[in-house]
Design a protein around this ligand. Sequence first.
Ligand code: ASP
Length: 342
Amino acid sequence: MEKNRSILLIYTGGTIGMVNDPVSGALVPIDFRHVSAQVPELRRFGFNIESMTFDPVIDSSDVSPDTWCSIANTIKGNYARYEGFVVLHGTDTMSYSASALSFMLQGLEKPVIFTGSQLPIGVLRTDGKENLLTAIEIAAALEDGLPVVPEVCIFFENRLFRGNRTVKYSAEHFNAFVSPNLPPLAEAGLQIRYNRSIIRYPTIRRPLEVYCNIETAVAVLRLFPGIGRATVHALLAQAGLKGIILETYGTGNAPMSGWFLEELRSFISGGGIVLNVTQCQAGSVEMGLYETSAGLISAGVISGRDLTTEAAVTKMMVLLGRGLPESKVSNLLSRSLCGEMS
Ligand code: ASP
């Protein structure tokens, strides 16, 4: 056994560790001991696997910035002792958490692999075992003594994705996640094939830094034909609101009505930040391509290019939480910080 190589499993909750409550019949989270009892194969890995369980374990609908901080601080506190980390997490908000962690853990040089499952691990047809075992293998993979994937990722079904590129796409299928604008970092078949040309490797060595101050005064405004001024105004006039993610049509287009641009202008001139992402499942915002987005540029809206909403929200929350001047936040929002946009 390679006693020198150790992986830490961080069990936060979610279906992977759930059982049917004998009384209500509903799925309820249980202690991680259930997971390890269900996967005796864990003992066959040739390295140390240790685990810690959140108290209480939670359904991922209850995940909050405090949960992200607990995950980040657990990684920071154990960074020197482990070669990689596997975070077991509910699928519902996994893309938000993986995105948030990618922005919170700056200078990361080790794998942080999120996984979970669509069926509880105790169920005969569970997808949880495969997901867990392969996630561990990826978290432990070394080449020339260095981690093969030193990024925050999601492994699900048979693909490894950069976490901040993912979206939960299916509430039913085993391949629950997609990464619409970036190919998988690895595919697991008979072998695990890594796509090294797109995996990000650190260029400078610096200590791991954790940004745990998360600004929650942000909102998402999804446009729809017929959206009224009162709705837009009620959102933007909210006291203390620092920024919004504007989900626009196609390549970043929005209504040309004077009132709409006026509402945006007044929010931006009061110090608010507006980040434009597309409602489309794939592709990128290209402001200025159509007249319907030219007005957004002059109002001071920032292009989120091909950011997912999940990455846009969490990137804005983390950057605003860092207490940087607004111009710096805007500048960082329009640049890729950890591979989140093309
Ligand atoms: N509701 C569960 C959760 O996100 C679903 C899952 O684990 O897949 O925690």
